[in-house]
Design a protein around this ligand. Structure first.
Ligand code: MN
Ligand code: MN
Length: 467
């Protein structure tokens, strides 16, 4: 028996926003495509613990999809798939469209660096029966979260003779791991009285590297010597080689399903590789675009997008200018007509910390991609603040492609705040808006996302490139 709808009920259906779970608005086919997509995403995460590893993994996926290295001055035609690696730490890819570059390009910009513990230039010392490595944290790290959790050592060392060696301790099954043990509760009386942000001394974030001394009772610093001896055997390095190295400790846990229903993914580095992977796969699968589609996987977002591999770098302008040169277009005209989706994560509503969110303007899990009109803090400070027109544009693109989306702010006003690469794109005279996947436990060693949101991010990026 069908229930008669009241006039008010019908009017509600007409006027109200729909906010039910995305699972009630998708079908079986969508959910199985989502599962397949998320399996690929988890593999990517396991191969991409640092920005350098993410660039390598992305290039290998791109080459399988027909992308070739771009060379300045090469002849380009619609359908061509090219990429430029910016020093192995950031990546720019493009699929050449049928329309002139002066009509603008569609850009997806995500970042592939994540918070972690970098090694200091002089990291190695011994004390109390251990060899240890000093660290300097990178990005917004809550220090207590990095204690008593297994860590891997990743990075690149340039040796005295100029050759480089990759370090990926923890990448092979059976590899040893490193750790920074937390203080035992029995002796944490004084520490427990301190405010959380003061409780862990950043200078005490030293990695435990070893405890077996070099066999010679006469020599000094035998623990340091034993560690260097092993490092020398494994990587061919001496102590001075630390001075030309980028090494970092990252969480060791592989990506996995979370929840009895397997509806979530838990992993390190989902901010922002979840959007990086979506930007990449969306580009691979976009139907022959009208406007040229550009994907940027940037470095250094977590520390302000500075530097040669960050989104503020001229490397991006140079790449687009080079494309303009090849295709007889002008960079300024191209930027003026371009659109950028700054693809970065947002804070998922967490019922355990309800007070930091404005429930009416937050993103909930399984509601799809969350658009963020403005980021920043204390009165939108530092935000590029997308215009009504830009919001209207992205809304129509996502609606046409049946992508689930919503709009959110990052928590309550004055609760905190954050930024993305959006302002750096907008500063180039490119219409830009933020959109991304809601994340629980952002910047922690084990971030959690909803699979449906990850998949919707991919559909959103594909729609942006195809628009
Ligand atoms: Mn981010
Ligand atoms: Mn971040």
């Amino acid at each position: 028996m069908t229930e008669e709808k009241t006039a008010a009920r019908l009017r509600q259906e007409e006027l109200f926003l729909k906010k039910e779970s995305g699972y009630d608005r998708t079908d079986e086919a969508c959910v199985s495509a989502m599962d397949a997509y998320c399996d690929g995403y988890k593999k990517f995460l396991d191969n991409a613990r640092t920005e350098r590893e993410a660039v390598k993994a992305a290039i290998s996926l791109a080459e399988e999809k027909g992308f070739v290295p771009f060379k300045r001055g090469m002849s380009l035609k619609p359908g061509d798939r090219i990429y430029v690696s910016n020093r192995g730490k950031a990546l720019m890819l493009a699929v050449i469209g049928t329309r002139h570059l002066d009509e603008g390009v569609n850009i997806g910009a995500a970042h592939i660096d994540s918070p972690r513990l970098d090694l200091k230039p002089y990291p190695l010392f011994e004390e109390g029966g251990f060899s240890l490595l000093k660290t300097h944290y990178y990005g917004g790290v809550r220090k207590y979260q990095w204690l008593s959790t297994p860590l891997e050592l990743r990075g690149t060392i340039i040796r005295r003779d100029g050759t480089s060696v990759e370090v990926a301790l923890g990448s092979e099954p059976g590899d040893p791991l490193l750790v920074i043990p937390d203080l035992l509760p029995h002796l944490a009386g004084a520490q427990s009285e301190k405010p959380l942000k003061k409780a862990v001394d950043p200078e005490a974030l030293n990695l435990f590297l070893g405890s077996r001394p070099y066999p010679d009772a006469e020599a000094g610093e035998r623990l340091k010597l034993a560690a260097l001896d092993l490092l020398n055997q494994k990587y061919g390095i001496t102590e001075e080689d630390f001075l030309s190295a980028e090494l970092c400790a990252v969480p060791a846990h592989p990506a996995c399903d979370v929840g009895l229903d397997r509806s979530m993914i838990g992993a390190y580095g989902q901010d922002d590789r979840v959007c990086g992977y979506a930007s990449l796969q969306g580009l691979f699968d976009a139907k022959a675009p009208g406007k040229t589609a550009v994907c940027v996987l940037a470095d250094k977002e977590e520390i302000g997008s500075m530097g040669v591999s960050g989104m503020q770098s001229q490397a991006f302008d140079t790449f687009i200018a080079d494309l303009c040169d090849c295709l007889g277009a002008h960079l300024r005209t191209c930027f003026e007509h371009s659109f950028c989706l700054s693809a970065d994560v947002n804070a998922c509503y967490d019922p355990n910390y309800a007070d930091v969110y404005d429930k009416r303007n937050t993103c909930f899990i399984n509601q799809g991609v969350t658009l963020c009109k403005y980021t920043g803090s204390r009165g939108k400070s530092g935000a590029s603040d997308a215009s009504a027109e830009v919001m209207g544009y992205i809304r129509s693109v996502l609606n046409r492609a049946d992508v689930l989306w919503n709009v959110s702010e990052l928590g309550k006003i004055e609760a905190g705040g954050g930024g993305t690469v959006a302002l750096h794109m907008a500063n180039r005279n490119i219409d830009t808006v933020d959109a991304g996947v809601p994340v629980l436990g952002m910047h922690s060693p084990f971030e959690v996302t909803g699979k449906l949101d990850c998949y919707m991010m991919y559909l959103a990026m594909k729609a942006v490139y195809e628009a």
